[in-house]
Design a protein around this ligand. Structure first.
Ligand SMILES: *Cc1c(COP(=O)(O)O)cnc(C)c1O
Length: 477
């Protein structure tokens, strides 16, 4: 134990690590010629760390981790939706790790429970919820969506499913393009495949609101009781925002719980320019916003907000007819009653400190810049005859591909797949791929606040060079 808690040793090690981290930040942000990742095959990576465990020098551990991970702070990181962490949140993370107040009960997190309430109230206000709104922070959009759907079932299904289970088929409605975690949540809740009513997407990959009525009627005719509808803000693959206003009206008509999955783009509530995309969310019953996506926080922290906070209190309560028991004490400070987790990290520190030090404006500025960059990237692509986009971007997510009218769809799918693999192995840029209606697209999420048009131009150049080499010789002139 003495060795484990050798504070002098800690002082020295932490100094070294902080120096390394600061240097890494400086280099990735200001010297964007560096690689975003150094690709290794999974088996090679495994072999390396097995060998390191036996013979490696622990002083090399952090440098090796840095070498063998993907660097979101590099402006040429244009891949997944993972947040580019604001440096100050590295420090709040350390504080949380030190104090380890799990927050399930008030005494094990006096400050964080109070701080979380302040943060969630600010978020509710930004969404446009009236009081008595409220919510909490939880570990990820996936868990938050499941929790919201559990709240929805408790609120809208008259039968006491929580205590008695259910025999009657229940269902939720969601766009086919929604994040897979909604499907997973519904299956965990025992709704089964038939209980997930997948509404087709329109040409722009957002929910086709014209078809809501048909799909609803078809399901209730089969005896399925629908209790909730989920809107994506935006969906993951293409970044398309659903028409939340139309969904809200539909939900109201049939007394459904309206949940907004704003894991990625809920943060647009802070952007004057793009907040219109969330019109209708202010009338939702619940909404999810990930801190670790468009709010520059470390994984994993998600806000789940309710227009009526009473619903949050009763999701996991054994009391079935809660809406009648208004006298029940509002124990806001015992956050474990509302969350799926028993113990969670002091994630509220990131939100509170960012809001206190930089203000809501910093989120607005960031979202606006990244969404603007999406539009700029679209303009660039539209100018190039050998590139095409899947759909006009509504956010900072954009799907595009290299194209050539002499090539078949099959050839193009193959070329774009190979280009993406080549880029991965090259390591300068990091981007991903997705298949939309049978067509393979390269997919970028412009998360990094230092990515510029010039970076994107050089990315296209690189893709073109690679793609041209891959064109089958039978097609080449
Ligand atoms: C990322 C994402 C999720 C999942 O959130 P996690 O925090 O990764 O669990 C859910 N829905 C949407 C729309 C997302 O973009």
């Amino acid at each position: 134990m003495n060795q484990l808690f050798d504070i002098q040793d800690f002082k020295q090690k932490s100094k070294q690590l902080l120096k390394l981290i600061s240097e890494h930040l400086e280099q990735t942000v200001t010297e964007p010629t560096k690689k975003t990742l150094s690709w290794n095959e999974p088996d090679d990576e495994l072999r390396f760390w097995k060998e390191f465990f036996k013979t490696g020098n622990i002083d090399d551990f952090f440098p090796e981790i840095l070498k063998r991970t993907t660097h979101t702070h590099n402006p040429k990181y244009v891949g997944h939706q993972v947040g580019v962490t604001a440096p100050i949140t590295l420090l709040t993370g350390m504080l949380s790790n030190l104090l380890n107040n799990g927050m399930a009960v008030y005494e094990m997190g006096m400050s964080p429970n109070a701080i979380e309430r302040i943060v969630t109230e600010k978020l509710c206000k930004a969404i446009g919820y009236d009081s008595p709104s409220g919510g909490f922070l939880t570990s990820g959009g996936t868990l938050a969506n499941l929790t919201a759907l559990l709240s929805a079932r408790k609120a809208k299904v008259p039968h006491d499913v929580w205590n008695l289970g259910h025999a009657q088929p229940l269902g939720i409605m969601v766009c086919e393009e929604a994040h897979y975690c909604v499907d997973r949540a519904a299956k965990i809740m025992g709704l089964g495949k038939k209980g997930i009513i997948k509404v087709p997407a329109n040409r722009n990959f957002a929910i086709d609101v014209e078809q809501l009525e048909t799909y609803y009627q078809r399901s209730i005719a089969k005896g399925i009781q629908i209790f909730a509808i989920v809107g994506s803000a935006p969906s993951t693959a293409t970044g398309a925002y659903d028409d939340l206003e139309a969904i809200q009206q539909f939900a109201e008509k049939y007394n459904l719980w309206f949940h907004v999955d704003g894991a990625h783009g809920g943060a647009a509530i802070f952007s004057e320019k793009y907040t219109h995309l969330l019109k209708g969310a202010e009338k939702s019953d619940s909404m999810v916003i990930d801190g670790h996506k468009m709010m520059m926080m470390p994984t994993i922290t998600t806000a789940l907000l309710y227009r009526n906070k009473k619903h949050a209190d009763h999701t996991f309560s054994i009391n079935a007819d809660y809406l009648l028991s208004e006298t029940e004490e509002d124990e806001w400070y015992n956050s474990g009653r509302r969350t799926f987790e028993c113990t969670k990290t002091m994630m509220c520190l990131h939100w509170y400190v960012l809001l206190k030090v930089y203000g809501e404006k910093v989120f607005g500025t960031y979202v606006t810049r990244q969404y603007d960059l999406g539009k700029e990237f679209e303009k660039l692509l539209l100018k190039e005859p050998d590139f095409e986009i899947a759909t006009s971007p509504m956010s900072n997510i954009l799907c595009f591909r290299y194209t050539d009218s002499n090539l078949s769809q099959e050839d193009l799918n193959e070329i774009n797949t190979k280009v993406r693999q080549a880029l991965l192995e090259d390591g300068e840029f990091y981007l991903v791929q997705t298949k939309l209606r049978g067509t393979l697209y390269l997919r970028t999420t412009l998360m990094n606040p230092f990515t510029t048009r010039e970076h994107l131009e050089s990315l296209l150049k690189k893709i073109r060079t690679r793609a041209k080499k891959l064109i089958p010789s039978r097609v080449r002139q």
